[in-house]
Design a protein around this ligand. Structure first.
Ligand SMILES: [Mn+2]
Length: 357
């Protein structure tokens, strides 16, 4: 059993479950290294098991060194029969499951079939602190994003569509070793910049527009998340330049405040106060940041309602923005690692306003 599985079991035991049934792709990957689409992971005090059918048996054996690999079939060795064999022999009274992952139908099926009480678990703290090996991978995911945005700023030209930029970016991150984007890439130019989630469209990027690009690279199962906004030439609206400087100040100050024992809500407040005092509070309606890891959004959250406190080993984004309908918008985002006495930036792209050509 590996250290991550041990931690998962501890969290489950604190919620009165003796063993854990893991069904989400991201936690299966996190706990075992398995990247296939069909498997069930079971963690007990005694060991960690991964149940797969014949399609994945070789893959599971090579990827899941710290797990016992069990072969399922549709006749005698069904998933629930194998689970019950372990539950019965290890006298497991209560079996935890990820309550935000199981469908109602799956829950009903397990409830009627499994010989143990089912307990819905909150595992949000499981991936909260990144191990050194995870930080190393996340740094590489961030490096890929940095290099890719640098490349885009060199090749982007007025007359290209947002979708073309999206494709260039995709090819670049793939060349650099990433498996995929972390999410659908946002390329929002001109008026579309006012849409915080303006996924790349067929709109043509014009001279004198601002362009916001928000994307991430998935490298060895871990996500990066980077946003830069830049100007297509010097004729941009002066108000956008003013907004850029406000967002940059908010992002920089919030980032500088990140260290152990600082409340996530306080980091959000630092960014929000700067934007509000500049008169743009109503144009910044999302949170200042979020944790990231094997998922693009995970604990902790940095917003007005969040109650978490930053601790060493957390990786979070800092990404305030201002969005003005009809005019456009600005967002600047970095990924940071909370260290013993502060934080370091994983994404290192320059943040001064850039004018393309
Ligand atoms: Mn983000």
């Amino acid at each position: 059993m590996n250290i991550k599985a041990r931690k998962c079991l501890e969290i489950a035991q604190n919620q009165d479950a003796h063993a854990v049934l893991v069904t989400s792709a991201h936690n299966k990957y996190y706990l075992t290294g398995f990247t296939g689409t069909t498997a069930t992971v079971l963690l007990t005090e005694k060991d960690q098991y991964i149940l797969v059918d014949f399609r994945y048996i070789d893959q599971a054996k090579s990827q899941c060194e710290s797990s016992i690999v069990l072969l399922t079939d549709d006749i005698d060795n069904t998933v629930t029969n194998l689970i019950n064999g372990i539950v019965d022999s290890q006298k497991i009274g209560s079996l935890g499951f990820e309550k935000d992952q199981l469908t109602v139908a799956e829950h009903e099926m397990f409830k009627s079939a499994v010989h143990a009480e089912l307990i819905g678990l909150n595992l949000s703290e499981l991936r909260l602190y990144k191990l050194p090996e995870e930080v190393e991978i996340m740094q590489k995911a961030a490096d890929i994003a940095d290099e890719a945005i640098g490349y885009i700023m060199e090749v982007i030209k007025p007359g290209m569509s947002e979708s073309e930029v999206d494709l260039l970016l995709y090819n670049k991150i793939r060349q650099l070793g990433a498996k995929s984007f972390s999410f659908n890439t946002i390329v929002a130019s001109g008026w579309r910049g006012a849409m915080p989630h303006g996924v790349a469209s067929d709109k043509i990027i014009e001279e004198n527009e601002f362009v916001t690009i928000d994307f991430g690279a998935v490298y060895q199962g871990y996500c990066s998340d980077l946003t830069r906004t830049f100007a297509m030439s010097h004729g941009v609206d002066k108000r956008l330049i003013e907004i850029y400087e406000i967002v940059l100040k908010a992002q920089t100050r919030a980032l500088e405040a990140c260290k152990p024992d600082v409340a996530t809500r306080e980091v959000d407040k630092i960014a929000r106060d700067i934007i509000t005092e500049a008169g743009y509070g109503e144009y910044f309606q999302h949170g200042t940041g979020h944790g990231l890891g094997v998922l693009i959004h995970e604990a902790p959250r940095l917003n007005q309602l969040s109650t978490e406190v930053l601790k060493e080993g957390m990786v979070v984004t800092i990404e305030p923005g201002i969005y003005i309908p009809g005019l456009g918008g600005v967002r600047i985002e970095d990924d940071i690692l909370i260290t013993k006495d502060g934080c370091i930036r994983l994404t290192k792209s320059d943040k001064q306003l850039k004018y393309i050509r």
